[in-house]
Design a protein around this ligand. Structure first.
Ligand code: F6P
Length: 357
């Protein structure tokens, strides 16, 4: 028995833990593992892959990134934007399938987010033996309570806020931290609460910067010296537009700049010295947290179990501290976003955090 694994979409901490888990569990069964490089691209002739022996995975558990490489562009990009689905062309699918057949791969583990799993679902429907593993720092996939990578990203945000807090206090400033989160504000919400932010601005909750300015004035009146604002990159301006850098040729639109916009406007409205900082890809890099190492490992082990049972078209899923699986179609095409009236937003508000609404 020989199985394949590929990482697709943006990288995140914990990808190597999944590879470690898959290779370890497969070795126990006496199976061979083929790792395809740079996502689905590695399937295109002549095939770009490596045989993964347990000895190849020694020491990778703690490494960020992925030893296989990944891409969120290329021939297999299923999504260019929210709800914007592009089918992978038939000739590309056929070429890639030939590689799979020549290598006698009996199961293909696709580690990806919404876009990559949408590609995985198309291929499964065309007869491929696909098993999905949910990955994204944004934590916005349906049908799983958590994706690996998210906890590591949140830790980076908390570290950033801890650092910004001391400099903000010293200078009595407003500090705006822009974090990732295209369509869902989970990183901003979790990171903001854990890092002691005073204001959290999310894609899901329209905000009014005049209200945020008034909130800052009231804080000043009660003796607070500084204010920490966290804003998700996908949070929208009053006209409903997201702030973009430019279009990422062949991929999704690149977000970035909302932090500067918010900081500039708050400085105008409050007259307070205000600075913006963007965490960017620091949130995707570096060593995974213990939780992400464990989640990645368990997800990898479950993927091999699904392959053993021949349960294709399913995605590994984390529910109530338990790793199980769901049909891939339950996980894609509908993002899991922050509920404006949900318990976490209520908890944030209960401790005096402003959501700008
Ligand atoms: O989807 C994960 C994510 O990190 C988003 O939060 C972010 O908008 C995007 O990927 C950035 O992608 P890229 O690596 O192409 O800049």
């Amino acid at each position: 028995m020989r199985i394949g694994i590929l990482n697709s979409g943006g990288d995140c901490p914990g990808l190597n833990a999944v590879i470690h888990g898959v290779v370890g569990a497969a070795a126990k069964l006496g199976w061979e593992v083929v790792g395809f490089r740079d996502g689905f691209e590695g399937l295109l002739p002549p095939g770009d892959y490596m045989m993964l022996e347990p000895s190849d995975t020694i020491g990778i558990l703690k490494l960020g990134g992925t030893i296989l490489g990944t891409t969120n562009k290329g021939h297999f990009a299923a999504k260019l934007g929210k709800g914007d689905i592009a089918e992978v062309p038939a000739d590309i699918v056929a070429k890639a399938k030939r590689t799979l057949d020549q290598l006698e791969i009996r199961a293909l583990v696709v580690v990806g987010g919404d876009g990559s799993l949408t590609t995985g679902l198309q291929l499964y429907r065309e007869g491929w033996p696909i098993i999905g593993v949910p990955k994204t720092i944004d934590n916005d996939l349906q049908a799983t309570a958590m994706t690996f990578g998210f906890d590591s990203a949140v830790s980076t945000v908390v570290d950033g806020l801890d650092r910004l807090h001391t400099t903000a206090e010293s200078h009595k400033r407003v500090m705006v931290l822009e974090v990732m989160g295209r369509h869902a504000g989970w990183i901003a919400l979790w990171g903001g609460i854990a890092g002691g932010a005073n204001v959290i601005l999310l894609p899901e909750i329209p905000f009014d910067l005049a209200k945020v300015a008034e909130f800052i004035r009231q804080r000043d009146a009660t003796g607070a010296h500084s204010t920490l604002v966290v804003v998700a990159e996908g949070a929208c301006l009053p006209d409903g537009d997201m702030v973009t850098v430019d279009s990422n040729e062949g991929g999704q639109v690149r977000l970035g700049g909302i932090g500067d916009v918010v900081a500039h406007r708050l400085e105008e409205l409050t007259g307070k010295d205000t600075r913006a900082c963007t965490l960017g890809h620091l949130q995707r890099g570096g060593a995974p947290t213990a939780l992400d190492r464990i989640l990645g490992t368990r997800f990898g082990v479950m993927a091999v179990k699904l392959a053993e049972e021949g349960r294709f078209g399913r995605m590994v899923s984390y529910q109530a501290y338990h790793v199980d699986s769901v049909p891939i179609e339950e996980a894609v095409n509908k993002l899991r976003v922050v509920e404006a009236d949900g318990e976490m937003v209520a908890a944030a508000k209960a401790i005096g955090i402003s959501l700008g609404d």
